[in-house]
Design a protein around this ligand. Structure first.
Ligand SMILES: [Zn+2]
Length: 219
């Protein structure tokens, strides 16, 4: 996902979008600020994506978040300026928050500034084991009313997809593979984070068939 404010996608909204007592104009534009923005904050401090609205108010453009404090994050003579300022202000607040989290981890909790271990799933495959065939799951099709679902599969060596109907004779086996990061400087967006090696290893053993050490330090 791009975190560049220049790539913001806008969609229009109309009078049905917000109740009248809310501080949004009746018409305007909606956009999203990704939870991972700005990219230089550690992934473990990411928040969920924020939905935002921008609209004309009092002769200029205003930007407000929809689900949180509903505060004004930016204003300006153009939509572009107002949105740009909102991104800047959100980045400032989030960097401050990331700094506060790091400080609190060290001074109050006695931890390292960021969790030292990260276990990242990098791939997964689900096998559909049926008496007549073994396939690699591509998607699950819900069955018609009263019917079992169907598993759309391909053979392990490829080929055209075909369907296996789910019943008691069919089982699914999911294999996950991943990477074990240990103070290597990587900051994967989607990873489970741990303060100590024991917990990280236990998690990796339980959730994955293979977990490779990240050996970036040896390179
Ligand atoms: Zn790594």
């Amino acid at each position: 996902m791009s975190h560049n404010p220049q790539d913001v996608q806008f969609s229009t909204y109309g009078p049905e979008r917000f109740a009248e007592h809310l501080p949004f104009a009746r018409r305007g534009y909606l956009f999203t600020v990704p939870g991972g923005f700005p990219e230089d904050t550690p992934a473990h401090t990411n928040v969920t994506d924020w939905e935002m609205a921008t609209y004309r108010a009092r002769g200029e453009w205003e930007v407000r978040d929809i689900n949180g404090e509903r505060r004004v994050w930016g204003t300006g003579p153009s939509r572009r300026t107002a949105v740009g300022l909102a991104f800047q202000e959100i980045a400032r607040k989030r960097r401050q928050r990331a700094k506060d989290i790091a400080e609190k981890r060290v001074t109050v909790l006695g931890l390292e500034p960021v969790p030292p271990y990260a276990v990242e799933v990098t791939g997964a495959v689900t096998l559909v084991l049926a008496p007549q065939a073994i396939g690699v799951l591509r998607l699950i099709q819900p069955g018609d009313y009263g019917q079992n679902a169907e598993y759309r599969v391909v053979d392990v060596d490829g080929g055209d997809p075909y369907d296996i109907r789910a019943d008691n004779s069919v089982t699914l086996r999911t294999t996950q593979v991943g990477v074990f990061h240990d103070r290597c400087g990587h900051d994967p967006e989607d990873a489970a984070r741990f303060e100590n090696e024991t917990d990280a290893v236990a998690y990796a053993l339980q959730s994955m068939a293979m977990c490779w050490p990240c050996n970036v330090l040896d390179d």
